[in-house]
Write a protein that binds this ligand. Structure first.
Ligand SMILES: *Cc1c(COP(=O)(O)O)cnc(C)c1O
Length: 372
């Protein structure tokens, strides 16, 4: 049984394993190797171990402190730093990341110097800007960037990558992906080299992969949300055959009373500087759960019982409990979106509880089924 501590996030390792295996198998059939992006779970060690047990051989995070945690836990996987290293974190990057993504010559120069000092060879993936306008070198500048980096000691260029749907919302369409493949081919021909990783994107590339027969030069993707929450991030729809409920957030009722639905007295802004309006529903049963905005991204929670979130403050979420009779000590379960998941996993106030809902599910014959 689950120990009754609240607030807690229940993590179903068997469901995560199932999702990871299915995605790995699906992409493998297309010639694409996947890296599990564990930043959404703060590089949690139990989860990371389980993913590696599924045969995933590389893990990625945007924070070097999380890679350090994975390295120190002796997890046998290639560790990838997914955000270009800060100048202030060069030494840790060489120490704890096997590969980092890069876009700035100055940074790679510093990595080269530090790698030489530490007597190591550091691998990098060069990120190309394909229109989403977050990280990346413009296509026209990549060749000269690589030529320069090839002169740096103790740096090995192992790959080329791009990212979609994170800042500008640009979709990895068939056309975009073909364009990226042709950039890769042009570079390989011009520079007479072969990229080990041609990293075409993230979970947003799932739909593209289902729609095309030919994935071009892409042989690698970095998947976070699709493994963790079983969703395609372009349309936000469940990926068939995957679990969307590997995580469940549980909070506890601390007050439950019949009260008016509209505040009484002279009103001003609330504790967060917001002016809030209220719908008059008459006298309703209001339940408070003992968790709030300093614990979790409340807007990313959806109650799994028929109650409604009316609002929240730092340490309280106020519910209209409708027809559900709640009393102090009762638990209210919620599903989480990616934002709520990240906040729960990084919060020291939220207990992380592991379960293995149905150990038989990973024995089911995923090889016999297609994912989509
Ligand atoms: C977060 C991140 C990913 C993973 O994205 P998902 O949508 O969770 O699959 C991949 N690549 C980079 C560079 C990222 O920052």
């Amino acid at each position: 049984m689950i120990k009754k501590v609240t607030p807690r996030i229940e993590i179903d390792l068997a469901k995560l394993e199932h999702n990871a295996k299915r995605l790995k198998h699906f992409f493998e059939n297309k010639g694409i190797n996947i890296t599990a992006v564990v930043k959404g779970v703060c590089s949690n060690i139990e989860i990371s171990k389980r993913l590696v047990q599924c045969g995933i051989n590389s893990l990625a995070d945007t924070k070097i402190t999380n890679l350090k945690k994975l390295k120190e836990a002796n997890i046998h996987a290639t560790l990838i730093l997914l955000r270009t290293p800060s100048m202030s974190e060069i030494s840790d990057t060489i120490q704890f990341a096997d590969i980092s993504v890069n876009t700035e010559l100055e940074v790679v120069r510093a990595l080269s110097k530090e790698a030489t000092n530490q007597n190591k060879v550091h691998s990098i993936i060069v990120m190309v800007e394909m229109g989403d306008l977050r990280e990346g070198i413009l296509a026209k500048d990549v060749s000269s960037f690589i030529k320069e980096v090839l002169t740096f000691p103790n740096i090995r260029i192992v790959g080329i990558g791009t990212n979609f749907a994170c800042f500008g919302g640009v979709i990895p369409t068939e056309e975009k992906m073909k364009e990226f493949s042709s950039i890769v081919e042009r570079l390989e021909n011009e520079l007479s080299l072969k990229f080990q990783y041609v990293s075409g994107g993230n979970s947003a590339n799932y739909l593209w992969a289902t729609q095309v027969n030919n994935v071009g030069r892409i042989n690698h993707l970095r998947l976070g949300e699709s493994i963790l929450l079983g969703k395609d991030t372009i349309e936000g729809l469940p990926i068939p055959g995957l679990y969307q409920n590997a995580f469940k957030f549980v909070a506890e009722v601390i007050e439950s009373k019949w009260k008016p639905s509209v505040p009484f007295g002279k009103t001003a802004k609330n504790a967060f500087g917001e002016t809030v309006t209220f719908q008059n529903r008459g006298i309703i049963q209001r339940a408070i759960v003992g968790v709030g905005r300093q614990d979790i991204l409340v807007s990313g929670l959806t109650p799994l019982i028929p109650v409604e979130i009316l609002g929240s403050s730092s340490d309280h979420i106020i519910l209209d409990s409708k027809h559900v009779r709640l009393k102090p000590g009762d638990e209210v379960p919620f599903s989480v979106d990616y934002g709520a998941l990240i906040s729960a996993m990084t919060s020291p106030y939220v207990h992380k509880i592991f379960i293995d809902s149905n150990p038989s599910i990973h024995k089911d014959s995923y090889h016999n089924k297609t994912i989509a």
